[in-house]
Design a protein around this ligand. Structure first.
Ligand code: ATP
Length: 348
């Protein structure tokens, strides 16, 4: 009987609250699967861990993540806990870079029309592929000279980094509606013109998938005006960071936006949101993004049974959202984090 080892990194703020509900759902789904089990181990990580032990991503946690079959993460970072140069602790970014989790996969789906602030939100179902290891975030650890009158950040686009991202996006589109939209700024930045050239080369490997381009500014407009036109969007790291929050906004906010950071060997699954200190400890965080990330995780594992489990979780979330009053306050409901987790676990 295969046992999948899962490293669980609850992290900071609401990370612990939402991870607990995903673990509850995983424990409920496990007995329904034939010949599959999960072995869960929690590891310390995050700004809180920095305050306790001096390192936001201890070597033992990093090592366990490399060895695990998959990683389930809550949220990392606290606004008041920063490096001396002013940057927040972001061990989730270190994990992406160190383990080369190049594809930031962010499904955006509207589960109930009442969740969307748009008049015509019905039928939103798209996936953003965010490049996760370079782009404008490539400069994030550049040293800053004290007193300097200017600071330069570089945007890195490499052939290797782009090819693997584009192939993953096209493969995903093959399993969906067969459209990939490259989001770039090729009319202004040379790095983006290069990004587009590589996109064209990879698009030629997938002649049955339609490929198109959209400038990032126009994409922001279309995501609000007619998001239904998109299927798979693929983009640079920083553009993906911004657009995935915008896209989450049209389907109910960060509590409805799951994600997977996927490489060739390892993968981290986590809600797209941060540690949300404004609602931490109140028991009102929406756990659905994390529960949907859990479904992505077990779908990614190499087992037909876990794929069946993922379907069960996704369908339970769909049923949960059929009644819009069965929701946490971010969606206008009165339910607590735990009540939503319990409902999903009981209705698999
Ligand atoms: P980061 O930069 O680390 O991604 P952020 O600055 O984008 O974090 P978040 O922590 O994602 O901030 O929170 C943004 C807003 O969304 C906050 O007002 C927060 O309350 C809300 N929010 C985030 N996650 C949830 C959730 N699971 N349930 C309800 N509200 C949430």
């Amino acid at each position: 009987m295969p046992t999948f080892s899962i490293a669980v990194l609850p992290g900071d703020g609401i990370g612990a609250d939402v991870t607990a509900e995903a673990v509850r759902v995983l424990n409920a789904v496990q007995p329904k699967l034939k010949d599959v089990s999960f072995s869960l181990t929690e590891y310390p990580c995050g700004a809180g861990e920095f305050l306790r032990g001096g390192d936001p991503l201890p070597a033992a946690t990093m090592d366990a993540c490399r060895k695990a079959d998959a990683i389930l993460l809550g949220a990392m970072g606290l606004p008041d806990v920063r490096w001396p140069d002013g940057r927040e602790m972001a061990p989730q970014l270190d994990l992406r870079e160190v383990m080369e989790l190049y594809a930031g996969v962010r499904p955006i789906r509207l589960y109930h029309p009442a969740h969307s602030p748009l008049k015509n939100g019905g039928g939103i179902d798209l996936v953003i592929y965010r490049e996760n290891t370079e782009g404008l975030f490539y400069s994030r650890k550049n040293p800053r000279q004290a007193g300097a009158a200017e600071v330069l950040d570089q945007l890195r686009v490499s052939r290797r980094g782009s090819e693997r991202l584009f192939r993953a996006a096209f493969r995903h589109a093959e399993r969906r509606r067969g459209l990939v939209t490259l989001i770039d700024k090729a009319n202004v930045l040379p790095s983006m013109a290069y990004f587009r050239e590589i996109f064209d080369e990879i698009a030629a490997e997938f002649p049955h998938v339609k490929a198109e381009y959209c400038y990032v500014d126009a994409c922001a407009l279309y995501l609000v005006q007619r998001p239904q036109r998109f299927d798979v969007l693929v983009t640079e790291n920083m553009f993906g960071d911004i657009l995935s929050d915008l896209a989450a906004g049209i389907v109910g906010g960060m509590g409805m936006a799951p994600s997977g950071d996927i490489g060739d060997r390892n993968a981290v699954f986590q809600p797209s949101h941060g540690s949300a200190p404004d609602i931490a400890g109140k028991g009102i965080a929406n756990p659905l993004a994390t529960i949907l990330s859990l479904a992505m995780m077990i779908e990614w594992l190499p087992s037909e049974e876990t794929k069946r489990g993922a379907k069960m979780i996704n369908q339970a979330v769909e049923r949960c959202c059929e009644d819009p009053s069965r929701a946490t306050p971010d969606l206008g409901g009165k339910w607590t984090t735990a009540q939503i987790g319990e409902w999903v676990a009981a209705n698999l």
